[in-house]
Ligand binder design. Sequence first.
Ligand code: ATP
Length: 255
Amino acid sequence: MSECALDLRDVRKRFGSAEIIRGANLQVEKGERCAIIGPNGAGKSTLFNLITGRFPASSGEILLNGSSIMGLKPFEIYRRGLSRGFQITNIFHRLSVYENLRCSVLWSLGYRYSFWQKLSSLPDVKERADEVLDLIGLRDRQNTPAGLLTYAEQRALEIGIAIAGDAAVILLDEPTAGMSRSETDAAIEMIRRITQGKTLLVVEHDMSVVFALAEKIAVLVFGEIIASGSPNDIRNNPRVREAYLGEYSAVDRTE
Ligand SMILES: Nc1ncnc2c1ncn2[C@@H]1O[C@H](COP(=O)(O)OP(=O)(O)OP(=O)(O)O)[C@@H](O)[C@H]1O
Protein backbone atom coordinates (compact mmCIF):
# COMPACT_ATOMS: atom_id res chain seq x y z
CA MET A 1 0.00 0.00 0.00
CA SER A 2 1.33 3.46 -0.87
CA GLU A 3 1.92 6.11 1.79
CA CYS A 4 -1.10 7.85 3.26
CA ALA A 5 -1.56 11.55 2.62
CA LEU A 6 -4.08 11.66 5.45
CA ASP A 7 -4.47 9.17 8.23
CA LEU A 8 -7.15 9.61 10.91
CA ARG A 9 -6.88 7.23 13.83
CA ASP A 10 -9.66 6.96 16.37
CA VAL A 11 -10.33 10.71 16.18
CA ARG A 12 -12.85 12.04 18.71
CA LYS A 13 -14.36 15.45 19.30
CA ARG A 14 -16.56 16.53 22.16
CA PHE A 15 -18.48 19.78 22.45
CA GLY A 16 -19.34 19.88 26.14
CA SER A 17 -20.92 16.56 26.97
CA ALA A 18 -21.82 15.74 23.37
CA GLU A 19 -19.40 13.53 21.48
CA ILE A 20 -19.82 14.61 17.87
CA ILE A 21 -16.93 12.66 16.31
CA ARG A 22 -16.85 9.22 17.89
CA GLY A 23 -13.68 7.42 16.93
CA ALA A 24 -13.30 8.22 13.23
CA ASN A 25 -10.77 6.18 11.24
CA LEU A 26 -9.89 7.04 7.64
CA GLN A 27 -6.90 6.59 5.38
CA VAL A 28 -6.56 8.58 2.18
CA GLU A 29 -3.65 7.60 -0.02
CA LYS A 30 -1.46 10.08 -1.85
CA GLY A 31 -3.08 11.05 -5.13
CA GLU A 32 -6.45 9.61 -4.15
CA ARG A 33 -9.76 11.47 -4.46
CA CYS A 34 -11.94 10.65 -1.49
CA ALA A 35 -15.50 11.83 -0.81
CA ILE A 36 -17.08 11.93 2.62
CA ILE A 37 -20.82 11.40 2.55
CA GLY A 38 -23.35 11.14 5.34
CA PRO A 39 -26.64 12.50 6.61
CA ASN A 40 -27.09 16.07 7.86
CA GLY A 41 -25.49 16.58 11.23
CA ALA A 42 -23.27 13.48 10.94
CA GLY A 43 -20.16 15.56 11.67
CA LYS A 44 -18.66 16.08 8.20
CA SER A 45 -17.85 19.78 8.69
CA THR A 46 -16.60 19.09 12.20
CA LEU A 47 -14.23 16.46 10.81
CA PHE A 48 -12.93 19.00 8.27
CA ASN A 49 -12.44 21.51 11.09
CA LEU A 50 -10.38 18.95 13.03
CA ILE A 51 -8.22 18.08 10.01
CA THR A 52 -7.50 21.75 9.24
CA GLY A 53 -6.75 22.59 12.87
CA ARG A 54 -9.68 24.96 13.29
CA PHE A 55 -10.83 22.91 16.29
CA PRO A 56 -8.54 20.72 18.37
CA ALA A 57 -9.52 17.04 18.45
CA SER A 58 -10.36 15.71 21.92
CA SER A 59 -8.31 12.58 21.30
CA GLY A 60 -6.90 10.34 18.58
CA GLU A 61 -4.29 11.06 15.95
CA ILE A 62 -4.29 12.89 12.63
CA LEU A 63 -1.29 12.34 10.37
CA LEU A 64 -0.46 14.37 7.26
CA ASN A 65 2.06 12.61 5.03
CA GLY A 66 3.03 10.42 7.97
CA SER A 67 3.58 13.23 10.52
CA SER A 68 1.20 14.17 13.28
CA ILE A 69 -0.56 17.52 12.87
CA MET A 70 -2.35 17.34 16.20
CA GLY A 71 -2.23 20.65 18.04
CA LEU A 72 -0.96 22.60 15.03
CA LYS A 73 -2.61 25.87 14.03
CA PRO A 74 -4.44 26.12 10.68
CA PHE A 75 -1.65 28.15 9.04
CA GLU A 76 0.96 25.63 10.22
CA ILE A 77 -1.05 22.80 8.67
CA TYR A 78 -1.40 24.87 5.49
CA ARG A 79 2.38 25.32 5.42
CA ARG A 80 2.71 21.54 5.56
CA GLY A 81 0.73 21.25 2.34
CA LEU A 82 -2.95 20.96 3.26
CA SER A 83 -5.34 23.61 1.97
CA ARG A 84 -9.08 24.00 2.37
CA GLY A 85 -11.44 25.79 0.04
CA PHE A 86 -13.88 28.08 1.78
CA GLN A 87 -17.25 29.00 0.46
CA ILE A 88 -16.75 32.49 -1.02
CA THR A 89 -16.06 34.08 2.35
CA ASN A 90 -12.38 34.60 1.66
CA ILE A 91 -12.85 36.39 -1.65
CA PHE A 92 -12.10 40.13 -1.80
CA HIS A 93 -15.13 41.35 -3.73
CA ARG A 94 -13.66 44.67 -4.90
CA LEU A 95 -10.43 43.16 -6.16
CA SER A 96 -10.29 41.63 -9.61
CA VAL A 97 -10.10 37.88 -10.10
CA TYR A 98 -6.41 38.19 -10.91
CA GLU A 99 -5.69 40.38 -7.86
CA ASN A 100 -7.46 37.88 -5.60
CA LEU A 101 -5.30 35.08 -6.94
CA ARG A 102 -2.16 37.21 -6.72
CA CYS A 103 -2.86 37.98 -3.03
CA SER A 104 -3.24 34.33 -2.31
CA VAL A 105 -0.06 33.41 -4.20
CA LEU A 106 1.87 36.21 -2.45
CA TRP A 107 0.77 34.92 0.92
CA SER A 108 1.47 31.29 0.10
CA LEU A 109 4.95 32.08 -1.21
CA GLY A 110 5.76 33.93 2.01
CA TYR A 111 5.70 37.49 0.59
CA ARG A 112 3.05 38.69 3.02
CA TYR A 113 5.40 41.06 4.80
CA SER A 114 6.76 42.63 1.64
CA PHE A 115 3.74 44.10 -0.09
CA TRP A 116 5.73 47.24 -0.83
CA GLN A 117 7.87 45.29 -3.27
CA LYS A 118 7.10 45.99 -6.90
CA LEU A 119 5.00 43.08 -8.11
CA SER A 120 6.85 43.13 -11.42
CA SER A 121 9.95 42.12 -9.46
CA LEU A 122 8.26 38.91 -8.36
CA PRO A 123 8.05 36.74 -11.50
CA ASP A 124 7.24 33.60 -9.52
CA VAL A 125 4.06 35.26 -8.22
CA LYS A 126 2.91 36.26 -11.69
CA GLU A 127 3.71 32.83 -13.10
CA ARG A 128 1.72 30.95 -10.45
CA ALA A 129 -1.25 33.37 -10.55
CA ASP A 130 -1.39 32.94 -14.35
CA GLU A 131 -1.20 29.19 -14.00
CA VAL A 132 -4.07 29.09 -11.48
CA LEU A 133 -6.15 31.46 -13.62
CA ASP A 134 -5.98 28.93 -16.46
CA LEU A 135 -6.57 25.94 -14.20
CA ILE A 136 -9.83 27.39 -12.87
CA GLY A 137 -10.94 28.56 -16.31
CA LEU A 138 -11.32 32.25 -15.44
CA ARG A 139 -8.79 33.73 -17.88
CA ASP A 140 -11.56 35.71 -19.65
CA ARG A 141 -12.67 37.18 -16.34
CA GLN A 142 -9.27 38.06 -14.91
CA ASN A 143 -9.96 41.83 -14.74
CA THR A 144 -13.52 41.50 -13.41
CA PRO A 145 -14.10 42.50 -9.77
CA ALA A 146 -14.75 39.24 -7.90
CA GLY A 147 -18.05 40.63 -6.56
CA LEU A 148 -19.42 40.76 -10.11
CA LEU A 149 -18.74 37.11 -10.93
CA THR A 150 -21.56 34.60 -11.15
CA TYR A 151 -22.01 32.30 -8.18
CA ALA A 152 -20.34 29.39 -10.00
CA GLU A 153 -17.41 31.59 -11.01
CA GLN A 154 -16.99 32.73 -7.40
CA ARG A 155 -16.86 29.09 -6.30
CA ALA A 156 -14.18 28.47 -8.96
CA LEU A 157 -12.21 31.47 -7.68
CA GLU A 158 -12.52 30.20 -4.13
CA ILE A 159 -11.02 26.89 -5.29
CA GLY A 160 -8.30 28.81 -7.12
CA ILE A 161 -7.43 30.63 -3.89
CA ALA A 162 -7.24 27.27 -2.12
CA ILE A 163 -4.83 25.79 -4.67
CA ALA A 164 -2.74 28.94 -5.20
CA GLY A 165 -0.08 27.68 -2.82
CA ASP A 166 0.17 24.37 -4.70
CA ALA A 167 -0.85 22.30 -1.64
CA ALA A 168 -0.60 18.55 -2.16
CA VAL A 169 -3.76 17.83 -0.14
CA ILE A 170 -6.94 19.77 -0.89
CA LEU A 171 -10.15 19.79 1.12
CA LEU A 172 -13.36 21.01 -0.50
CA ASP A 173 -16.68 21.41 1.26
CA GLU A 174 -19.66 20.89 -1.06
CA PRO A 175 -17.94 22.53 -4.05
CA THR A 176 -20.99 22.30 -6.33
CA ALA A 177 -23.71 23.25 -3.84
CA GLY A 178 -26.20 25.69 -5.35
CA MET A 179 -25.03 25.15 -8.94
CA SER A 180 -27.10 24.26 -11.98
CA ARG A 181 -26.48 20.92 -13.71
CA SER A 182 -24.27 22.45 -16.39
CA GLU A 183 -22.31 24.48 -13.83
CA THR A 184 -21.89 21.32 -11.76
CA ASP A 185 -20.54 19.41 -14.77
CA ALA A 186 -18.06 22.20 -15.48
CA ALA A 187 -17.03 22.29 -11.80
CA ILE A 188 -16.43 18.52 -11.78
CA GLU A 189 -14.17 18.88 -14.82
CA MET A 190 -12.29 21.74 -13.18
CA ILE A 191 -11.84 19.87 -9.89
CA ARG A 192 -10.51 16.85 -11.80
CA ARG A 193 -8.06 19.13 -13.60
CA ILE A 194 -6.78 20.95 -10.52
CA THR A 195 -6.44 17.80 -8.42
CA GLN A 196 -4.43 15.88 -11.01
CA GLY A 197 -1.64 14.21 -9.03
CA LYS A 198 -2.93 15.64 -5.75
CA THR A 199 -4.97 14.25 -2.90
CA LEU A 200 -8.57 15.43 -2.60
CA LEU A 201 -10.92 15.10 0.33
CA VAL A 202 -14.36 16.41 -0.52
CA VAL A 203 -17.60 16.61 1.44
CA GLU A 204 -20.48 16.29 -0.97
CA HIS A 205 -24.22 15.60 -0.82
CA ASP A 206 -24.79 15.26 -4.57
CA MET A 207 -24.17 11.57 -5.30
CA SER A 208 -23.67 12.19 -9.01
CA VAL A 209 -20.73 14.46 -8.10
CA VAL A 210 -19.41 11.88 -5.65
CA PHE A 211 -19.47 9.13 -8.26
CA ALA A 212 -17.96 11.37 -10.93
CA LEU A 213 -15.05 12.44 -8.73
CA ALA A 214 -14.24 9.93 -6.04
CA GLU A 215 -12.10 6.81 -6.15
CA LYS A 216 -12.88 6.25 -2.49
CA ILE A 217 -16.03 7.03 -0.50
CA ALA A 218 -16.18 7.26 3.28
CA VAL A 219 -19.57 7.18 4.97
CA LEU A 220 -19.90 9.18 8.17
CA VAL A 221 -22.92 8.47 10.36
CA PHE A 222 -23.30 9.89 13.87
CA GLY A 223 -19.61 10.78 14.07
CA GLU A 224 -18.35 7.37 12.98
CA ILE A 225 -16.99 6.29 9.61
CA ILE A 226 -19.12 3.20 9.19
CA ALA A 227 -17.60 2.22 5.85
CA SER A 228 -14.97 3.33 3.37
CA GLY A 229 -14.01 1.83 0.05
CA SER A 230 -14.47 2.01 -3.69
CA PRO A 231 -17.77 3.39 -5.00
CA ASN A 232 -18.86 -0.18 -5.79
CA ASP A 233 -18.02 -1.44 -2.30
CA ILE A 234 -20.04 1.40 -0.80
CA ARG A 235 -22.99 0.87 -3.12
CA ASN A 236 -23.21 -2.77 -2.09
CA ASN A 237 -22.49 -2.36 1.62
CA PRO A 238 -25.57 -3.48 3.59
CA ARG A 239 -24.60 -1.39 6.64
CA VAL A 240 -24.45 1.74 4.52
CA ARG A 241 -27.78 0.93 2.93
CA GLU A 242 -29.33 0.42 6.32
CA ALA A 243 -27.85 3.48 8.06
CA TYR A 244 -28.14 5.89 5.17
CA LEU A 245 -31.06 4.53 3.24
CA GLY A 246 -33.16 7.69 2.79
CA GLU A 247 -30.41 9.65 1.08
CA TYR A 248 -28.63 6.55 -0.19
CA SER A 249 -31.45 5.76 -2.58
CA ALA A 250 -30.01 8.66 -4.61
CA VAL A 251 -27.04 6.41 -5.35
CA ASP A 252 -29.25 3.92 -7.10
CA ARG A 253 -30.71 6.59 -9.31
CA THR A 254 -27.24 7.28 -10.73
CA GLU A 255 -26.77 3.66 -11.81
N1 ATP B 1 -18.94 24.42 17.73
C1 ATP B 1 -19.91 23.53 18.03
N2 ATP B 1 -20.43 23.44 19.26
C2 ATP B 1 -21.39 22.53 19.56
N3 ATP B 1 -21.91 21.66 18.69
C3 ATP B 1 -21.44 21.71 17.42
C4 ATP B 1 -20.43 22.63 17.02
N4 ATP B 1 -20.16 22.43 15.72
C5 ATP B 1 -20.98 21.43 15.31
N5 ATP B 1 -21.73 21.01 16.34
C6 ATP B 1 -22.75 19.93 16.29
O1 ATP B 1 -22.12 18.81 15.72
C7 ATP B 1 -23.05 18.07 14.92
C8 ATP B 1 -22.44 17.81 13.58
O2 ATP B 1 -22.39 19.04 12.85
P1 ATP B 1 -21.64 19.17 11.47
O3 ATP B 1 -21.90 20.55 10.96
O4 ATP B 1 -20.22 18.76 11.60
O5 ATP B 1 -22.42 18.10 10.59
P2 ATP B 1 -22.44 17.91 9.01
O6 ATP B 1 -22.37 16.44 8.76
O7 ATP B 1 -21.40 18.75 8.38
O8 ATP B 1 -23.88 18.43 8.66
P3 ATP B 1 -24.43 19.06 7.25
O9 ATP B 1 -24.39 17.96 6.24
O10 ATP B 1 -25.83 19.44 7.61
O11 ATP B 1 -23.56 20.24 6.91
C9 ATP B 1 -24.34 18.87 14.90
O12 ATP B 1 -25.24 18.30 15.81
C10 ATP B 1 -23.90 20.24 15.34
O13 ATP B 1 -24.94 20.91 16.01
